[in-house]
Design a protein around this ligand. Sequence first.
Ligand SMILES: Nc1ncnc2c1ncn2[C@@H]1O[C@H](COP(=O)(O)OP(=O)(O)OP(=O)(O)O)[C@@H](O)[C@H]1O
Ligand SMILES: [Mg+2]
Ligand SMILES: [Zn+2]
Length: 308
Amino acid sequence: MSETDKTESESEHNEEAQSGGSCSCGPVTPEARERAERITDLKIQALKRMEKIKYKIIIMSGKGGVGKSTVAANLALRLSMEGLRVGLMDVDITGPNIPKIMGLSKMGLEASEEGIIPVMVPPHLKVISMGFMTGDDKLPIIWRGPLKMTAIQQFVADVSWGELDYLIIDLPPGTGDEPLSVVQNIPDTDGIVIVSTPQELALLDSRKSLMFAQKVNIPVIGMIENMSTLKCPHCGKNIDMFKEGGAEKTAKEMEIPFLGRVPFDPDIVRDSDSGTPFILEHSKSEAAEAFQVIVDNIKKHLENKSKE
Ligand SMILES: Nc1ncnc2c1ncn2[C@@H]1O[C@H](COP(=O)(O)OP(=O)(O)OP(=O)(O)O)[C@@H](O)[C@H]1O
Ligand SMILES: [Mg+2]
Ligand SMILES: [Zn+2]
């Protein structure tokens, strides 16, 4: 049989198989079986990986641009500065900001036998983001193709996170597909941290995050007020750009803990624009101290919970 003959008879065969196999009651195609097997593998793998992580924390907000990624990055760095082993998962699939904030924009990913190797930030921080995957040439083979659809699943299952004390998960705003996918794919998350500015609108929207948490049955660790005040560079007095204390009041009304307030600091903007990790660069600033207070409050919450 010549090469052309073979191709023709094969394509005929394929047409038959397709007309007989594409309806939902027909035989399962090898592709569909392979996909189903891959998803089952991912689930098993995800469980194994997540078992090695002590605490998993989700950072959420109702409104966009309130500083989730900034808070997530600085909390993760703060924890790792204390010698803890920390992972930071940027779940913003369409607009990942973590690489930019941390000065990792040029980084790509590689695979090892253990899985995809996250980008390492000294001292002990491992970062994964869709932002490391621009350009197929930078992407490990097993992550090309259907990645976007199952990205979050693969962030959990395929990444060699190793043993971690904390995994911080940065979400896009709102309560859409990504938050749902995170809670479906990451078993036993320890809690949700809600970030809000003291603006009325942002505070109203943070109730949606609370409702989401209640619906998926994940505890809320508490609320952070971000960009709360600006210290005047001339006289040192605090300027309330929105209304200071709004988030604390809202947290009280929602009966969730208030974790602390981070002042508006122009260095945060400058650092994130230049890709300098703020808390490393300005470790003595008021905002850095605020992140410290928040980390301590989160730890206290988690320790009390594990005592229960
Ligand atoms: N405490 C702060 N002081 C000054 N600027 C801040 C502070 N927190 C965040 N910013 C700035 O506000 C902007 C938005 O922050 P960020 O990207 O962290 O928000 P986000 O909630 O993650 O946004 P998105 O909803 O798009 O994911 C950034 O330019 C950031 O540098
Ligand atoms: Mg963000
Ligand atoms: Zn002044």
